[in-house]
Design a binder for this molecule. Structure first.
Ligand code: SF4
Length: 215
């Protein structure tokens, strides 16, 4: 069973949000998700391909990884001519893949966007049997590409997250809510009811600790 690669950003944002979407199949649009979808629609024009001097640009490229157990789509995949690159059909020379992921906002304080990008890079590394040193995220709000150097610590983090996600999925487990600052901007806040599920856990913790005290 392969999971959706873009679930990694949801999982980093909140494991419960990811589980509600993936395991319980609920989804609620808010302004952020609608605008995000439009940004991706601009990038995801399947039939668009162009060549500039030493650069080939492809869009909406399907990717997959057995090691991570994920499938996904890359918004924009550039190939840059380089002697350490791979051979491509009907193209002369060698080409190194360079992912460009599109996001509507600006760079985040957490690593969710970067880890999703690294997961995309890891898929390509497996598919092409190559090592990719860097890739980028284009942020619409600041109209800028922000490059990420793909270090091994990021690869290890993505592998760990993918294992956790598979473990939860295979056991059908949705984590309890942990109330945090992300809840305010979570598109699933109404469905999740974090205070309710959080309280449930608190009550059970309370009963458990009371029981331990009297033993
Ligand atoms: S409301 Fe909070 S706990 Fe619930 S899914 Fe969203 S971020 Fe997670």
């Amino acid at each position: 069973m392969k999971l959706q690669l873009n679930g990694i950003q949801h999982y980093v944002f909140c494991p419960r949000q990811w589980a509600l979407i993936t395991i319980e199949q609920v989804w609620e649009e808010n302004e952020d998700t609608v605008i995000g979808g439009l940004v991706h629609a601009i990038a995801d024009d399947k039939y668009y391909e162009e060549t500039r001097k030493d650069k080939l640009i492809t869009r909406a490229v399907p990717i997959s990884s057995s090691k991570l157990g994920v499938n996904g789509i890359i918004d924009v995949l550039e190939y840059r001519k380089s002697k350490n690159g791979v051979k491509l059909d009907n193209r002369e020379g060698n080409w190194t893949p360079y992912v460009v992921e599109y996001k509507k906002g600006k760079p985040k304080k957490d690593l969710s966007d970067i880890l999703q990008l690294v997961a995309q890079v890891m898929c390509l590394e497996e598919m092409f049997n190559i090592r990719i040193e860097k890739s980028a995220i284009y942020y619409k709000q600041i109209n800028k590409r922000v490059e990420t150097i793909v270090i091994d610590a990021l690869r290890e983090k993505v592998q760990l997250l993918a294992s956790e996600m598979h473990h939860l999925y295979e056991n059908g487990k949705t984590p309890k809510a942990t109330i945090g600052k992300n809840c305010k901007r979570c598109s699933l806040n109404e469905l999740c009811r974090p205070r309710l599920t959080h309280h449930k856990r608190s009550v059970s913790n309370y009963i458990q600790s009371s029981w331990e005290e009297i033993q």
